[in-house]
Ligand binder design. Structure first.
Ligand SMILES: *[C@@H]1O[C@H](CO)[C@@H](O)[C@H](O)[C@H]1NC(C)=O
Ligand SMILES: *[C@@H]1O[C@H](CO)[C@@H](O)[C@H](O)[C@H]1NC(C)=O
Ligand SMILES: *[C@@H]1O[C@H](CO)[C@@H](O)[C@H](O)[C@H]1NC(C)=O
Length: 209
């Protein structure tokens, strides 16, 4: 496929999938995803179809696209109550799951498999930001919005069991799968309730670093 053709193809897929996405329910996969999956399966057969320059150009565009999408993805927890709380940083190699209950924002930092927190936080599942905390994050890092850091680690011992994504299920894998995402949010609400935080949970979200 000629390079220009490829871009036209990618663009039309994008336009198509966005137009489909508008009146879609959360659970249907956009057409773009189906097409990209099919493309990836064909990858072996396409091998050698593009020149070195074409491959590099496409790679560059896809990296750019990844940056743009990731920035968008990171905004997934914005505009939640209480508004006076600044946004918590999302740990790389993990994620941040947040929910508001009774005008208090609770965020749970999580690490992907193969990563661990650098401070012990086994009994500290959620960090809080509320009027009571002066609208600041109660964090183990002095003054700031960083709640946790996920470092490469062979064993995962610093956090609560639920603070790690399973081996075959990273943050982005969980978020991209509607069924998994839903049960993740339900489990998050249950976990808060089990910690004695009663009330109607609002603005649940998961963002991946
Ligand atoms: C990514 O693409 C956009 C739109 O074409 C462009 O404005 C931006 O500079 C690009 N960014 C990088 C890092 O190449
Ligand atoms: C919240 O922020 C707004 C706007 O910055 C400010 O006017 C208000 O006093 C703040 N509320 C509290 C309780 O700090
Ligand atoms: C979503 O996850 C479930 C449970 O792991 C799995 O059975 C299903 O195939 C996944 N769906 C997609 C579209 O990947």
């Amino acid at each position: 496929m000629a390079l220009q053709g490829t871009f036209v193809w990618l663009c039309s897929l994008a336009v198509l999938s966005f137009s489909v996405a508008q009146d879609d329910t959360c659970c249907s996969r956009p057409k773009l995803v189906e097409d990209l999956s099919a493309f990836l399966e064909l990858e072996g057969e396409c091998n050698g179809a593009w020149s070195a320059e074409q491959t590099a150009t496409i790679l560059k565009s896809l990296r750019n696209l990844t940056d743009v999408l990731q920035k968008q993805q990171l905004k997934g927890c914005q505009h939640a109550e209480p508004k006076n709380c600044t946004e918590a940083k999302v740990p790389e190699n993990g994620g941040l799951a947040c929910v508001t209950v009774a005008n208090k924002r609770y965020c749970k930092p999580m690490c992907n498999h193969g990563y661990d927190f650098d401070f012990i936080r086994r009994s500290r599942v959620f960090d809080e930001c509320s009027e009571q905390t002066g609208y600041k994050w109660q964090t183990q890092y002095i003054g700031g919005n960083r709640l946790a850091v996920c470092n490469e680690a062979r064993i995962q011992v610093s956090g609560a069991k639920t603070a790690y994504f399973p081996e075959d299920q990273s943050c982005i894998t969980t978020k991209s799968n509607c069924t998994l995402h839903r049960s993740f949010v339900e489990n998050l609400k249950t976990e808060l309730k089990n910690l004695g935080i009663e009330g109607e949970p609002q603005n649940p979200c998961l963002v991946c670093g």
